[in-house]
Design a protein around this ligand. Structure first.
Ligand SMILES: Nc1ncnc2c1ncn2[C@@H]1O[C@H](COP(=O)(O)OP(=O)(O)O)[C@@H](O)[C@H]1O
Ligand SMILES: [Mg+2]
Length: 239
């Protein structure tokens, strides 16, 4: 059995005393790609933030790489190898592509940089360009490439395709999956393009109104999409 990287049991997270996510059980293993699906406001981002302890949990247990996630532990989690790419992509508009790499690469090697650029060759021609001048897809590639420079053991990506053409997601997701298999990295994705995400995932969970309403192998969910639609629809209907 592959190593357990993230372990959450009964995770409950909220804002100002109101729970936005309740009783979520989630496990992520080495080499696995897990996609979190669900309608807008279902609690996907809140779940991610609870998993890495940016938001405190009010009930349940959550550990990433053996470290209990809670506020104040972000630096320790990052050092242990947990990388979160937030939905704003986590890049600095004024810095060039190369400057992003150099910031990240203080803790990584030349070989790592070359490997990452092999996965994202488009960035090679953009090294001198400021991030603000990149297209949305290029910015996303930069956000991911910069995180990969640090050889994370857990990569968490929120809404990678927000505002992007699906073609970009189609190109990027398989690369992330390859790297996960190659390096035993665990990947947790939040993604709106459900079919594309499932095609590059091992498992998926659907959240509805802050609770897990469906969980299965990605292949099974792709084969019978009515279950997925029912899960989305059910989550909406109860509003
Ligand atoms: N900063 C916040 N303060 C209060 N409520 C929030 C905040 N962020 C999100 N929420 C609420 O928590 C619920 C889940 O939101 P979120 O996790 O952002 O959903 P998703 O990422 O699935 O779209 C929503 O009802 C949303 O309105
Ligand atoms: Mg969100």
């Amino acid at each position: 059995m592959a190593e357990l990287l993230i372990e959450a049991e009964g995770l409950t997270v909220g804002y100002g005393g109101v729970s936005a996510v309740r009783d979520v059980d989630l496990r992520l293993h080495a080499g696995e790609v897990l996609t979190l699906l669900g309608a807008n406001g279902a609690g996907k981002t809140t779940t991610l933030l609870g998993l890495v302890g940016i938001l405190p949990h009010t009930a349940g247990l959550v550990r990433c790489l053996g470290i209990e996630s809670r506020p104040g532990r972000s630096a320790a989690l990052a050092r242990a190898g947990v990388a979160l790419i937030p939905d704003d992509r986590g890049i600095f508009p004024e810095l060039t592509v190369d400057e992003h790499f150099r910031l990240a690469s203080r803790r990584s090697s030349r070989q790592r940089r070359d490997l990452v650029l092999e996965y994202f060759p488009a960035l090679r021609d953009l090294l001198g360009r400021r991030a603000a001048l990149l297209s949305g897809g290029e910015q996303q590639m930069l956000g991911i490439a910069k995180s990969l420079m640090l050889s994370p053991r857990v990569l968490i990506i929120d809404e990678m395709s927000l505002g992007l053409a699906p073609i970009i997601v189609q190109q990027i997701l398989p690369k992330i999956r390859d790297l996960a298999k190659e390096e035993g990295m665990g990947v947790l994705l939040v993604e709106q393009h459900a079919q594309l995400a499932l095609a590059a995932s091992d498992r998926a969970m659907v959240l509805g109104r802050g609770e897990v309403v469906l969980e299965d192998d990605a292949a099974s969910l792709l084969a019978d999409q009515s279950r997925l639609e029912a899960a989305y629809f059910g989550g909406e209907e109860q509003r």
